[in-house]
Design a protein around this ligand. Structure first.
Ligand SMILES: Nc1ncnc2c1ncn2[C@@H]1O[C@H](COP(=O)(O)OP(=O)(O)OP(=O)(O)O)[C@@H](O)[C@H]1O
Ligand SMILES: [Mg+2]
Length: 306
C-alpha cells in the first residue's frame, strides 16, 4: 500500500507556490556564463554541506568547509572533516543522479545516500541499512526525549509504502512533495543515526529531479540552520511523543517551513545571482563571454521585478 499524506492546501500555500514559480522563472531566465554558474553551484554546495552538518553539531566553519572541499587540509577533528566530505560527496552524487529526471527514487538510492553520509563513521549494518533497534530524538538542551519513531519491525513496510508514494505520478507540486518527503522520512527515522542529513539530501534529490534545481543556487539547509528551533518545532508540531500516538497526522502548517524556506532562498539566490552578473558585466573584461553581455538586459528586468 502506498503512503497517503494528509494535508490541506491553504491560501498561504498557494501564495508561496506562486512566488516560488515566479522566482524559478526569473532564475532560469538568467543567462549566466557557464564558469560563473559552476562557481555558484559549488558555493551553494559548500553552504548546503556546511549548514547540514552544522545542524548535526559539526564544528567546521564555512571557510574551513570551503577549504576542505577545495582539497586543502584544515586543522580540525577527523570526524568533522569526514562528515563534511561525506555530505559534499553525497551532493555531487545527487547532482549526477538528477540528470535523468525520469528515474524513480528507490529505497536503494535512499540507502546509498545514507551510506555515503555515514562513510567511515557508522560501521556494519548501521550504515546504509534500516535500523534493527528502537531510536529516539532528544532535546539537546534538556536531554529529554521529544519523539519516539516507529518500532524497528515497522520500518521496512513504512519505507516501502513511502517509496511507492515517492514514485507515484501526481499533481503534487515538487516543493510540496519535497517538504512532505522530508517530514515523513524524519517521522519514520529509518536509520539509527544520520536521518536528518539523509532527509535533507533526499529533499534536494526530489527538487533537482523534478526540475527545481534552480541552477543549484540555493541552500535550504542554511535556512533551517538559521532558525534551528523553528525547524525542530515545525517537525514536531503534527505528531505526538510516540509515532503510534498519531501515525498519519494532518501536516497542514508544517509545510510552511519548506515553502517559506524555498521562497526566501530563491529570492536570495536571485539577488546574489543577479548581483554577481551585474558585477561581472561591469568588469572591463566580463569573463570573455559575449553572449552573456548581450543577454544582460534580461537580468536587469529581473531586478526591477524584485
Ligand atoms: N520531533 C521530531 N520529529 C521528527 N523528526 C525530527 C524531530 N526533531 C528533529 N527531527 C529530525 O531528526 C534529525 C535528527 O536525527 P538524527 O540524529 O538521526 O539525524 P542526523 O543527521 O544524525 O542529525 P542532524 O539532523 O542533527 O544532522 C533532525 O535534524 C531533524 O531532521
Ligand atoms: Mg545524529
Amino acid at each position: 500500500m502506498s503512503y497517503k499524506p494528509v494535508f490541506k492546501i491553504t491560501t498561504q500555500t498557494i501564495k508561496y507556490l506562486g512566488k516560488i514559480e515566479a522566482s524559478k522563472e526569473i532564475v532560469e531566465d538568467l543567462n549566466i556564463p557557464l564558469p560563473l554558474e559552476e562557481a555558484f553551484r559549488k558555493d551553494a554546495f559548500a553552504k548546503m554541506t556546511h549548514y547540514s552538518t552544522k545542524i548535526e553539531g559539526n564544528r567546521l566553519t564555512l571557510k574551513q568547509t570551503k577549504e576542505l572541499i577545495a582539497g586543502k587540509d584544515v586543522i580540525a577533528r577527523e570526524i568533522d572533516k569526514r562528515e563534511v566530505m561525506n555530505y559534499y560527496d553525497c551532493l555531487e552524487w545527487i547532482y549526477k543522479a538528477s540528470r535523468s529526471q525520469e528515474k524513480p527514487i528507490s529505497e536503494k538510492d535512499i540507502k546509498q545516500m545514507h551510506a555515503m553520509i555515514q562513510k567511515g563513521i557508522l560501521q556494519g549494518k548501521l550504515r546504509g541499512e534500516y535500523r534493527e533497534a528502537q531510536n529516539a530524538i532528544y532535546d539537546s538542551r534538556t536531554r529529554k526525549p521529544v519523539y519516539f519513531p516507529p518500532q524497528a519491525k515497522d520500518v521496512a513496510p513504512l519505507m516501502k509504502s513511502f517509496a511507492k508514494w515517492l514514485n507515484t505520478k501526481s499533481d503534487l507540486h515538487p516543493v510540496f512533495k519535497a517538504g512532505i518527503a522530508h517530514y515523513q522520512f524524519a517521522v519514520i527515522h529509518p536509520f539509527m543515526d544520520g536521518n536528518g542529513r539523509t532527509a535533507r539530501a533526499l529533499a534536494t534529490l526530489i527538487l533537482y529531479r523534478s526540475g527545481y534545481d534552480l541552477k543549484k543556487f540555493y541552500s535550504l539547509e542554511e535556512y533551517y540552520a538559521e532558525d534551528l528551533k523553528g525547524y525542530y518545532r515545525a517537525l514536531q508540531r503534527c505528531h505526538g511523543l510516540h509515532y503510534y500516538d498519531k501515525p498519519n497526522p494532518d501536516m497542514t502548517g508544517m509545510d510552511r517551513l519548506f515553502h517559506q524556506g524555498c521562497h526566501g532562498h530563491l529570492r536570495r539566490s536571485q539577488r546574489e545571482g543577479i548581483g554577481s552578473c551585474k558585477a561581472t558585466s561591469s568588469q572591463k573584461e566580463p569573463q570573455g563571454n559575449a553572449a552573456f553581455a548581450n543577454n544582460w538586459p534580461k537580468g536587469k528586468k529581473a531586478i526591477v521585478l524584485f
